[in-house]
Design a protein around this ligand. Structure first.
Ligand SMILES: O=C(O)C1=C[C@@H](OP(=O)(O)O)[C@@H](O)[C@H](O)C1
Ligand SMILES: C=C(OP(=O)(O)O)C(=O)O
Length: 430
């Protein structure tokens, strides 16, 4: 098992940092580049383990994909050129790869088996399997297709209108991708707005999608053309540095070229609401996605109440928000976040266990948590439970302790941020 001893720090965090490319956008760029005709080039691609699972899946279907550092080149020959994979597809730890790929596989005349690691094997897949079956895909798996491994017999689908019962961009995107391979109009209505990178990226590939409030409509057999995608920095990765900058006394950081798509900027809203000194500057658009630089400075934070429609906009940031709350005056209450129980770990349980061990006052609820600050954190041995976001939250927490923190299972951080510790050392040494 990997292990990292995180020593107490002696200086605040200073300087400028460009975080790696957005994970959600990197996955989608590979998917659309593989379905399109012509060359797609991707720059600032996230070379994290999850995105390689998406690359490997399309390589297994015969798509030539070349990777040099964070540059990716895809020679797309269109959907008709995809080949049935000869082996089961291993999707590792990546929920996004799985749910989006199932949408693609449902519309292809292949028989494919997909499997993943211990964590992915426990995550619910019925949320995507059920609408894809309604479209005509034949999918089998444990507990009637609730869990991986799954076996998919795809082919000619029929369009549906789907009212999604879960607030999930992966479910929406999986159905839209299946809709792209289906004659007629497929539509998805969401309960709340979730990240819309699939919708935005489709236009970059010469595709078309209609958005009408919480409903997205797509027609099949579009003529997608290869393009260039410059991936913005991942705000979900930047969030760990925004939090560190906000809670380590004397810190001042500028995070450059961060994606600030409004469906993802809940963390900025939360920090503002907590009273952080945070600004977004140099706002611009890159390839249809809004991008900006974010400055953050240490300041005393206040507790907040978070629920309702902001939850999908902070879903991956809640572990680090819990740490922020432990350093804020008063109570923070997070509700409506039961989805956290279906991530790489049960993130409600994992956050409560790790932050309690580090000295925070935190209790879990059915759909969230209650944190009372401000608490002095202490050194301890804590486990990431194999969840990259829990691992990075613990590393940021260790910046506040006077004793070392031992982080067990630290390697999982490479899933979304392979250079996390290098970047942390960079801003600690300024
Ligand atoms: O569509 C995406 O790229 C993602 C959607 C979210 O998952 P859900 O759709 O399950 O909420 C998020 O947690 C995940 O990290 C990435
Ligand atoms: C939940 C996450 O990813 P995925 O669902 O793709 O595994 C995440 O990155 O926090």
């Amino acid at each position: 098992m990997s292990k990292k001893i995180l020593s107490p720090i002696t200086s605040p965090l200073k300087g400028r940092l460009t975080v790696p490319g957005d994970k959600s956008i990197s996955h989608r760029a590979v998917i659309f580049g593989s379905l399109a005709k012509g060359t797609t080039t991707i720059t600032h691609f996230l070379d994290g383990e999850d995105c390689f699972r998406t690359i490997d899946a399309f390589r297994a279907m015969g798509v030539p994909i070349q990777v040099e550092g964070d540059h990716v080149t895809i020679q797309g020959h269109g959907v008709e050129a995809l080949q049935e994979p000869l082996q089961p597809l291993y999707l590792g730890n990546s929920g996004t790869t799985t749910r989006l790929l199932l949408g693609v596989l449902a519309g292809l005349p292949f028989h494919v088996t997909v499997h993943g690691d211990n964590s992915l094997t426990k995550r619910p897949m019925d949320r995507i399997v059920s609408p894809l079956r309604k479209m005509g895909a034949r999918i089998d798996g444990r507990e009637e297709g609730k869990y991986l491994p799954l076996s998919i017999r795809g082919g000619k689908l029929h369009p549906i209108h789907y009212q999604s019962p879960v607030k999930s961009a992966q479910v929406k995107s999986g159905i839209l991708l299946a809709g792209l391979l289906t004659e007629g109009e497929t539509s998805v209505t969401e309960l709340a707005s979730t990240r819309d990178h699939t919708e935005l990226m489709l236009s970059a590939f010469n595709g078309f999608i209609q958005k009408d409030g919480l409903t997205a409509r797509i027609t099949g057999n579009q003529n997608l053309k290869g393009t260039h995608i410059d991936v913005p920095g991942d705000i979900s990765s930047a969030a760990f540095f925004l939090a560190a900058g906000a809670i380590v006394k004397g810190s001042k950081l500028v995070l450059t070229d961060v994606g600030i798509n409004p469906t993802r900027t809940g963390i900025i809203d939360v920090l503002q609401k907590m009273g952080a000194s945070i600004q977004v500057v140099k706002q611009r658009e890159v390839g249809g996605e809004p991008v900006g630089d974010i400055t953050i400075e240490y300041s005393q934070l206040q507790g907040v109440e978070l629920d309702g429609d902001i939850i999908p906009r902070i879903i991956d940031e809640i572990p680090i928000i819990a740490l922020l709350a432990s350093q804020a005056n008063g109570k923070t209450v997070i509700r409506d976040a039961e989805e956290l129980r279906y991530k790489e770990t049960d993130r409600i349980e994992a956050v409560v266990k790790t932050l309690s061990a580090l000295g925070a006052s935190i209790e879990g609820t059915v759909d969230g948590m209650i944190i009372t600050g401000e608490q002095t954190l202490k050194g301890a041995t804590v486990d990431s439970f194999g969840d990259h976001r829990i691992g990075m939250m613990i590393a940021v927490a260790s910046l506040l302790t006077n004793e070392p923190v031992t982080l067990k299972n630290s390697d999982c951080i490479a899933v979304s941020y392979p250079t996390f510790f290098d970047d942390l050392n960079l801003v600690l040494s300024k």
